[in-house]
Design a protein around this ligand. Structure first.
Ligand code: HEC
Ligand code: HEC
Ligand code: HEC
Ligand code: HEC
Length: 164
């Protein structure tokens, strides 16, 4: 009984401290307040809002690429790779092409195997197909043309084959 009583006193004490922490912080950091009087969800540093507004956006999204790379854009949006964002493979555009930052062209097998690799520990019925909402084809890297870059034979933007 005494134990339970002691415990509840400690719990109440801790809850009190937790409740006072935001109030104490407003003294240390004046921009920290409950915005719009919402003490439930809106305790934050208002300075933080301007910091996020100034934050450099790294990923631009596919529409940003369209005007300058219409060929790749048109082909990929008509292909089985239509769902995949350019920057998923080429890295964040940030301010490309304005700065010297070159976007990556990664021709290594690893780029593709990140999604297409066959996982030996998965149940046999899934070995050739991914699970999830889009069942797509898996390849065993040991079996499927080892040692040659996938992009040598496959047209990535078409999700198909290169014409030889
Ligand atoms: C305002 C025009 C413009 C936009 C927007 C743009 N690019 Fe580029 N991109 C260029 C130019 C110019 C080059 C340099 C061309 C060269 O080196 O042959 C380039 C080069 C590249 C390269 C390297 C090509 C190579 O052969 O080395 C890749 C990959 C690339 N862009 C992808 C993208 C992606 C992905 C996006 C969208 C997130 C994008 N670009 C948006 C103009 C643009
Ligand atoms: C699934 C990964 C992947 C996606 C998604 C992707 N690319 Fe590529 N991209 C590559 C690879 C790999 C190469 C090199 C192709 C080769 O060597 O045949 C490449 C090459 C390029 C090049 C160099 C010229 C060329 O066509 O070979 C440009 C420019 C480019 N991509 C732009 C884009 C743009 C713009 C998008 C989106 C509309 C995009 N890529 C989407 C993987 C991708
Ligand atoms: C981010 C994940 C991702 C990456 C990276 C990726 N793919 Fe895919 N790929 C997919 C998905 C998802 C599909 C199937 C989409 C569908 O069927 O609707 C697909 C489809 C394909 C297809 C068509 C298969 C068919 O069923 O006809 C080929 C070929 C292919 N990818 C090759 C490549 C190659 C080569 C690379 C590397 C240069 C690559 N992919 C990188 C996700 C990816
Ligand atoms: C030497 C050329 C070559 C290389 C390298 C190669 N492939 Fe293939 N790929 C093929 C051929 C040919 C087929 C169709 C026959 C088959 O399924 O094996 C194919 C089929 C596929 C398919 C199924 C496409 C469909 O239409 O059913 C996917 C997905 C695929 N490859 C992904 C990859 C990935 C990922 C890599 C790199 C790890 C890769 N390939 C490397 C030639 C190649």
């Amino acid at each position: 009984m005494l134990k339970v009583l002691k415990l509840s006193v400690i719990v109440i004490f801790l809850l009190d401290i937790a409740g006072l922490a935001p109030v104490a912080r407003t003294y240390i950091e004046p921009s920290f307040k409950a915005v719009d009087g919402d003490v439930m969800y809106q305790w934050h540093r208002t300075d933080n809002e301007t910091e996020w507004e100034d934050f450099t956006v790294k990923y631009q999204g596919r529409d940003y690429c369209r005007d300058c790379h219409p060929d790749q854009y048109d082909r990929i949006t008509a292909s089985k790779h239509a769902l995949i964002q350019c920057e998923n493979c080429h890295g964040p555009a940030t301010s490309h092409p304005m700065d010297p930052l070159k976007l990556v062209i990664d021709q290594r097998r690893e780029l593709c195997l990140r999604c297409h690799s066959y996982l030996p520990y998965r149940p046999a019925e899934y070995a050739e197909l991914s699970t999830g909402p889009i069942p797509f084809k898996m390849k065993d890297p040991e079996e499927h043309n080892p040692g040659i870059e996938c992009a040598n034979c496959h047209d990535v933007h078409n999700a198909g084959f290169k014409a030889f």
